[in-house]
Ligand binder design. Structure first.
Ligand code: NI
Ligand code: MN
Length: 220
């Protein structure tokens, strides 16, 4: 499986199927990725992104899935702790410590809890934390699902910053950590090199800093 970070929180998994997580890129479009399945962690605009125009089978928490269905998106609803299979790809929804809503004509519509995903495809597992603060049950995510790679937000303000994400990485225990949700905007400025140095000095984990559009290969 190939994992491509398209920027911000947007990750494309390419294996037997193409799975696009949080289809938003700042100042661009994800339409060219042609995903088979979309997964959306929560309703904030920088995560729901182009989910409505892509109109692909979309995995989301019940409230967000209902919202997307009303917009004509064929959505698969699920809840935290559950696992579903879509086209042979397994999606487990995990807890996230964050909010979820969408702004429509000045009205804020709440869309249920925010979430993360553990996605298994072609025998490899990827944890995408979504937007979240640090929570100690990330240990359970590590113990239960043993993800090979974890995508963790490090930008602060709306999510964990570097200090918290270092603890998160230790809780999850994936071999490879990829920092996300930083430097898209000034308000989430963070130095991924500091994150990398701090983790690699104190653990056996590898931090892979990607440029938008950059990929890592998980092998077969
Ligand atoms: Ni958010
Ligand atoms: Mn966000």
């Amino acid at each position: 499986m190939q994992l491509t970070w398209l920027g911000h929180s947007c990750v494309l998994l390419t294996g037997t199927k193409k799975v696009l997580i949080d289809p938003f890129v700042e100042g661009g479009s994800v339409a060219g990725t042609q995903p088979d399945i979309v997964a959306v962690t929560h309703g904030h605009y920088d995560h729901i992104g182009e989910a409505v125009t892509l109109k692909k089978p979309t995995v989301a928490i019940t409230e967000l899935a209902k919202y997307l269905r009303a917009k004509g998106v064929p959505s698969e609803s699920m809840g935290i702790g559950g696992t579903i299979r879509v086209d042979g790809v397994a999606f487990t929804m995990t807890h996230a410590l964050h909010s979820s809503s969408v702004d429509e004509c000045g009205t804020v519509i709440p869309l249920g809890p925010a979430a993360g995903f553990v996605i298994e495809m072609d025998g490899a597992r990827v944890y995408h934390a979504g937007d979240t603060g640090l929570f100690s049950d990330m240990k359970l995510i590590g113990d239960l699902y043993h993800p090979d790679v974890a995508f963790l937000p490090i930008g602060g303000r709306y999510t964990m910053g570097i200090e918290e994400a270092m603890i998160a990485a230790n809780f999850v225990g994936a071999k490879t950590i990829v920092p996300i949700h930083y430097n898209t905007f000034d308000r989430i400025a963070a130095d991924p090199e500091l994150f990398k140095r701090s983790i690699e000095r104190t653990t056996d984990m590898k931090v892979c800093i990607l440029q938008p559009g950059g990929s890592i290969d998980l092998g077969a």
